[in-house]
Design a protein around this ligand. Structure first.
Ligand code: UDP
Length: 327
């Protein structure tokens, strides 16, 4: 393991860099003085998310599925034999309806994709950061969730294509860490929202914000008493970069510990927009976690990180960005 922050001036590879969180990481790591190679097959990412970066000579885009063979050579060719100092694996569908529609691709990117990206990191003796998820805790029996909790996942349920893929990706990362000395970091990302979420991604924040903006009823799955803890994307990416630059090798929860029911989220959005579009109840998806809240003691104490943006502020920023894009 190399100690200290990732050295500036070399290439940081961001797999899934045209996606929601990945594209914000491209911006943040370029600002920090890295060169960035974004690898994305655009299956759920969007070229528009990185369009503002494409003319920069410290940025390059490789359109490619990370599950395809030959990734080490393809990366070397794209950066003209340059050095990769870190590999960040953000490549995966992340919204439940999207990963449920692509079950095999989701399992492949968590397994084969992770193996291929670790191979790139090992070829360059680079640091490897895995974007894992609160979904490794499944429908949790411990609340809030600490990193020492092993989770409650139905291994053959519909949702397992995402949950187990991420659990396998963590296992593979930890095995390479032990067997080969891979310089690895694992971030467990909790629900994140903000600009560049795809309007039709099907997640609760995007659905409710767009429904409220369009005066349509807000869709509440189940009775709306299930909870989530929502983190604004700028806070999330600040935490991920703090972990990347740290010496903390075990998993770290990065999320906002303020917990809301889905009904409270709907009410916050109605209040911000000063609208009352009504609610439309729909069935709860299978294995939908009933509660979720990160314990961020490790992030606070080891990284000195905690989120700063409230749900109301973050939603207002997201709504402003949607409005300015549609003007
Ligand atoms: N949900 C909802 N209405 C929607 C979309 C989602 O009530 O239009 C619920 C969903 O059942 C879950 C929570 O909101 O309980 C968060 O769902 P999301 O898909 O955003 O992410 P998850 O945390 O389940 O991965």
């Amino acid at each position: 393991m190399t100690a200290g922050p990732v050295e500036r001036g070399h290439w940081v590879l961001i797999a899934g860099g045209a996606g929601f969180i990945g594209s914000h990481l491209c911006d943040r790591l370029l600002d920090a003085g890295h060169r960035v190679i974004c690898v994305d097959d655009l299956s759920t990412g969007r070229r528009a998310n990185i369009a503002h970066l494409e003319r920069r000579d410290d940025f390059c885009f490789l359109e490619r599925d990370v599950c395809a063979g030959g990734l080490v050579d393809a990366v070397a060719a794209a950066i003209d034999g340059g050095r990769v100092s870190a590999v960040l694996h953000l490549a995966s569908p992340a919204s439940p309806p999207v990963y449920l529609a692509r079950p095999l691709e989701t399992l492949a990117v968590g397994s084969t994709g992770t193996a291929n990206l670790i191979a790139v990191a090992e070829a360059h003796a680079a640091r490897f950061l895995l974007a894992s998820t609160s979904e490794v805790y499944g429908d949790p029996l411990e609340h809030p969730q600490t990193e020492t909790y092993w989770g409650n996942v139905n291994p053959i349920g519909e949702r397992s294509v995402y949950d187990e893929a991420k659990r396998f990706a963590e296992a593979l990362t930890a095995a390479h860490q032990r067997a080969n000395g891979l310089d690895a970091r694992i971030v467990r990302i909790f629900n994140t929202y903000g600009p560049r979420m795809q309007p039709d991604d099907g997640r609760v924040v995007t659905n409710l914000v767009h429904q409220a903006l369009e005066g349509r009823p807000l869709t509440i799955y189940g009775d709306g008493t299930q909870t989530r803890s929502f983190c604004y994307v700028d806070d999330e990416t600040a935490g991920i970069v703090a972990l990347l630059d740290s010496d903390v090798t075990g998993p770290v929860n990065i999320g906002n510990p303020n917990e809301f029911t889905v009904l409270e989220l709907a009410n916050t959005i109605r209040t911000i927009l000063d609208v009352d579009p009504g609610l439309e109840h729909r069935p709860l998806p299978s294995d939908d976690p009933k509660i979720r809240q990160p314990d961020i003691t490790r992030a606070r104490t080891l990284l000195g990180w905690e989120p700063a943006i409230t749900l109301a502020d973050g939603l207002a920023r997201m709504i402003a960005s949607i409005r300015s894009a549609s003007n």
